[in-house]
Write a protein that binds this ligand. Structure first.
Ligand code: GDP
Length: 307
């Protein structure tokens, strides 16, 4: 079994490659839920849903999140009724959040609701939230503390990030199966996701980081930073403003205690010695997943590095 730590879009693309190489039922995905938020009274799990929609081949290919060919009738009507509608929820997407919220309100855990959503979409990977407890990413900006979605969606990642907090993380427990998956895995992969706000909250749940350090399995990460930049999203600026290096070597340093391998892009070949100096094996390959063949090749190279 391969365990994969996953954020949203970057992770989902990687997982899509991975399921073209190995049996999806041999993959356990541990997803970030610190971006979860309630909108229109519904529990939305943006990162888990991006993984499900992508693996089910239902994702909007342009955006990389949401459902393809969705419509926005319900959201338009909600706006008419005076609701806040800055978080874009399509009509089909809303059905997912209705299902999840119904299950949570009737006493199911987030793990159970997540599995039900994955099953409903025919996703056969095992999909675990990092925790069944509420953990919330809070972003400190010049205007004070705001929720992650407020920063990411409403304010379009325009604020400088002064600090990050994962509210509730200290009291949270890993969801059932998370520690066991890391312990029993034949290999662990940290997907190309934002290391601070997608992987960071997973590692902040007590016990998860320790399990990654202790596991006998090899642990590989795929760098989401290429040539000092993120392909999409605020990772590069956030790394810099929080005092980290915005480079593949900077990513290696963040994961140094648990990492055996870092997969970095051809463009960053010059950084391989810096990665090696940290005691981490660098694997240099094309990491831009622009099509199915590239996704598959990256998955194969990553798997080979931990086999
Ligand atoms: P989000 O939660 O939806 O923002 O997604 P993630 O945290 O999973 O992924 C965001 C990161 O994925 C960004 O830092 C991107 O640079 C990275 N990313 C996206 N596509 C690719 C790709 O094709 N290759 C690599 N190496 N990184 C990617």
């Amino acid at each position: 079994m391969i365990a994969v730590l996953a954020g949203g879009v970057g992770a989902a693309k990687f997982l899509r490659g991975l399921i073209s190489v190995i049996d999806p039922s041999s993959i356990t995905v541990i997803g970030n839920t610190a971006d979860d938020e309630e909108f229109l009274g519904l529990h939305v799990s943006p990162d888990l849903d991006t993984v499900v929609y992508t693996l089910a081949d239902a994702v909007d290919p342009e955006a990389g999140w949401g459902i393809a060919n969705d419509t926005y009738t319900a959201l338009e009507q909600a706006a008419q009724l005076g609701q806040e509608t800055w978080f874009k929820l399509g009509d089909k997407d809303l059905a997912t959040h209705l299902l999840r919220t119904k299950l949570l309100r009737s006493g199911n855990t987030l793990s159970q609701a997540t599995q039900a959503v994955a099953d409903a979409f025919g996703v056969t990977c095992r999909l675990l939230p990092m925790s069944d407890d509420r953990v919330r990413t809070i972003v400190t900006t010049d205007d004070g503390d705001i929720s992650f979605q407020e920063y990411f969606v409403r304010r379009r990642q325009e604020d400088e990030v002064k600090a990050l907090k994962f509210e509730g993380a200290e009291q949270a427990q890993p969801a059932p199966g998370v520690l066991d998956a890391i312990k029993r895995a034949s290999g662990v992969i940290i997907a190309p996701s934002n290391p601070l706000v997608s992987i960071g909250p997973i590692l902040a749940v007590p016990g998860i980081r320790e399990a990654l350090v202790d596991t006998d399995a090899k642990v590989a990460a795929v760098s989401p930073i290429i040539g000092g930049r993120a392909l999409k999203g605020p990772a590069a600026g956030m790394l810099e403003s929080l005092g980290h290096e915005s480079s593949a070597a900077g990513v290696a340093k963040l994961y140094e205690d648990m990492l055996d391998v870092l997969v970095l892009d051809e463009e960053d070949r010059v950084l391989a010695p810096d990665v090696e100096a940290l005691g981490i094996t660098p694997i240099v390959t094309n990491t831009i997943m622009r099509d199915a063949a590239r996704r598959r090749a990256l998955a194969e190279a990553t798997l080979e590095s931990i086999s």
